[in-house]
Design a protein around this ligand. Structure first.
Ligand code: WQD
Length: 339
């Protein structure tokens, strides 16, 4: 059984679908504080079978102890954590307590129950201002721009330390770039609560008429059209990267980390144009001031992921836009949409 903590979330649910399609048995541990139980029904419709579900706060030792005692866990894929960058600046203690608490709790339970493999949902935000894009995994990490990024970097260090102390362990730290898109079925996708912070869910809400226009945060960056460049990666490619990391864990010990990106950057306005082309819907926008904390370019070097995991991203920006739009068009209220 593969344990997916936070497996009802955006990346977790797509990884659950990918693993079940590959014949793996999956159990999702989630408190549904930032995800919907309806994801489970949608996964059953996609995969023809239902993942096991264990509703719990992943940082709660006694609750999670029950899961490790009841199930034979072969590996853990650890998604559970708070992830709103802006909120992490307002509530740093809660972010550290929850995000590090989940990681520490899992590592304790893994040691107590002889579970050897962990895959961790890390982020490109662990790279510091000295790193020059395209980022390679040996580039300097930190100082992070916010408590969310620090909590990811600290969790990486904690997991690396645990793998050093337990030589039988395997730990793969996956540094995500910018996940967008949705499963081609249109049944699962990104469903942020409230006004989306991230670009693609904001665009899809404009397209479906929930928001009036996109605010483009700055057009005076040193980039081709002045707007921010990011390495967008299709969430299904990201899910396949987790499956490849699971294979790696089953044949290796020790800790390692790889970037999961495409190595291809797009500006905000290029994404807007690609979305308009894919959806046939014009996206009105205004140029707004730069957003605090934004950097001009975020781009992955993907050579190590290909060398270590034998994985590369397959989907281009057209698929990412078309699949994002299909999800939002079919689910204007996200998982609250009544079918
Ligand atoms: C992308 C680009 C914005 C919204 C964040 C987190 C990162 C990860 C992914 C969790 C930037 C511009 C955005 C909008 C805009 N999250 N933009 N108008 O900031 O690269 O990364 O999300 O792991 O940790 O930091 O992604 O989608 O917010 O922004 O112009 O309404 O779109 O300035 O250039 P970001 P984003």
């Amino acid at each position: 059984m593969i344990l997916l903590t936070g497996g009802a979330g955006y990346i977790g649910s797509h990884t659950a679908a990918e693993l079940m399609e590959r014949g793996r048995d999956v159990i999702i541990a989630d408190d549904f504080s930032n995800s919907s139980p309806r994801v489970i029904d949608r996964l059953e419709r996609i995969c023809g079978r239902r993942p096991a579900v264990f509703e719990a706060d992943v940082s709660d030792h006694s609750a999670m102890e029950e899961l490790f005692r009841r199930e034979k866990i072969e590996a853990v894929i650890h998604f559970a954590g708070y992830k709103a960058v802006g909120e992490s600046v307002q509530k740093p203690v809660q972010y550290y307590k929850n995000n590090l608490g989940c990681t520490l709790n899992l590592l304790e339970l893994m040691a107590e129950h002889g579970v050897k493999s962990i895959i961790f949902s890390s982020s490109a935000t662990v790279y510091g201002p000295e790193a020059i894009p395209p980022y390679t995994e040996d580039m300097r990490t930190g100082p992070c721009a916010n408590p969310y990024g620090w909590s990811k970097l600290m969790s990486e260090e904690i997991i690396r330390g645990a793998a050093t102390a337990r030589p039988e362990m395997s730990a793969m730290l996956l540094r995500y770039f910018n996940p967008i898109g949705a499963h081609p079925s249109g049944l699962i996708g990104e469903d942020p609560s409230g006004i989306p912070n991230n670009l693609m869910p904001y665009i899809t809400k404009v397209a479906v008429g929930k928001l009036e226009r996109l605010n483009v945060f700055g057009d005076d960056y040193p980039t081709p059209d002045g707007t921010g460049v990011r390495d967008y990666i299709h969430v299904c490619d990201l899910a396949a990267g987790h499956a490849a990391a699971l294979d790696w864990c089953e044949t290796h010990t020790g800790a390692d980390m790889v970037n999961l990106g495409t190595g291809r950057g797009y500006t905000v306005l290029e994404v807007v144009r690609a979305f308009e082309k894919a959806s046939g819907i014009p996206i009105p926008y205004v140029i707004a001031p730069r957003r605090d904390g934004d950097i001009p370019v975020l781009l992955a070097d993907t050579k190590k992921a290909e060398r270590v995991l034998g994985w590369t991203a397959k989907h281009g920006i057209e698929d990412m836009c078309a699949d994002s739009w299909r999800w939002q068009k079919c689910n204007p209220e996200g998982y609250a949409t009544e079918y």
